[in-house]
Design a binder for this molecule. Structure first.
Ligand code: COA
Length: 184
């Protein structure tokens, strides 16, 4: 089963290792890999800053990746979603699709958000498919929006509203529980 759980002290090291993987880094908009110190400060902020939340994505209890929401203190009640599966063997097996649904459930349920949005590089097929399958709609196409390794990359802006999630939630959860990806 795929689950999301709160961060623990021991997650800091594996997250640093995952963030440095080329297959993860290539889709991140940061110009450079974070230093160990910057990573530790960011990890601490994920657990203490009211503007941020992060959860480990687990499969059968084992950590597979991370999902975060930022901008939580905005009065607009919207947040930006970031995520990755650091474990290469976890990718392409539906873990990402399930993590999106669980993340949106937290965002619109426990956190009471009005909107969740994401900026995804235009050639990131796996992220675009997983997020579209969870109900994100395409809201914009930002040309040359990100400079990565000196190259200008296009970005797709995705968003989903609480009202849309309320319509989709039951079907999305049922499809995943029927596939034994999440608990019923
Ligand atoms: C993006 C990511 C989280 C998606 O999770 P995932 O578990 O690999 O995705 P899923 O297995 O749930 O698949 C989602 C869809 O993408 C497709 N897909 C998966 N890997 C793919 C790939 N490498 N290329 C093209 N399509 C792919 C799947 O077939 C599925 O489509 P379908 O529902 O039409 O069959 C994961 O691939 C990842 O961590 N990538 C690196 C970091 C990253 O890109 N983070 C997101 C930044 S916005």
């Amino acid at each position: 089963m795929i689950e999301l759980r709160d961060l623990r002290d021991e997650d800091e090291a594996i997250l640093f290792q995952w963030r440095s993987e080329p297959e993860v880094d290539r889709w991140m908009s940061d110009a450079e890999l974070p230093s160990r110190e910057a990573h530790a400060a960011w990890f601490n902020a994920l657990r203490t800053d009211p503007d941020l939340r992060g959860w480990m994505i687990t499969r059968a209890g084992a950590p597979m990746g991370l999902i975060t929401l930022s901008g939580l203190s905005s009065h607009h009640r919207r947040a930006s979603l970031h995520w990755f599966l650091g474990s290469a063997e976890a990718r392409g097996r539906g873990v990402g699709r399930a993590a999106q649904v669980l993340g949106l459930d937290l965002a619109f349920g426990e956190l009471g958000l009005h909107k969740v949005f994401a900026e995804v590089m235009a050639d990131n097929d796996a992220a675009l498919k997983a997020q579209s399958a969870a109900g994100f709609r395409r809201e914009g196409y930002l040309r040359g929006h990100v400079l990565k390794g000196g190259e200008a990359r296009d970005v797709v802006l995705l968003g989903i509203l609480a009202s849309e999630w309320a319509e989709l939630r039951e079907g999305a959860r049922r499809a995943l529980s029927d596939a034994n990806l999440i608990a019923a």
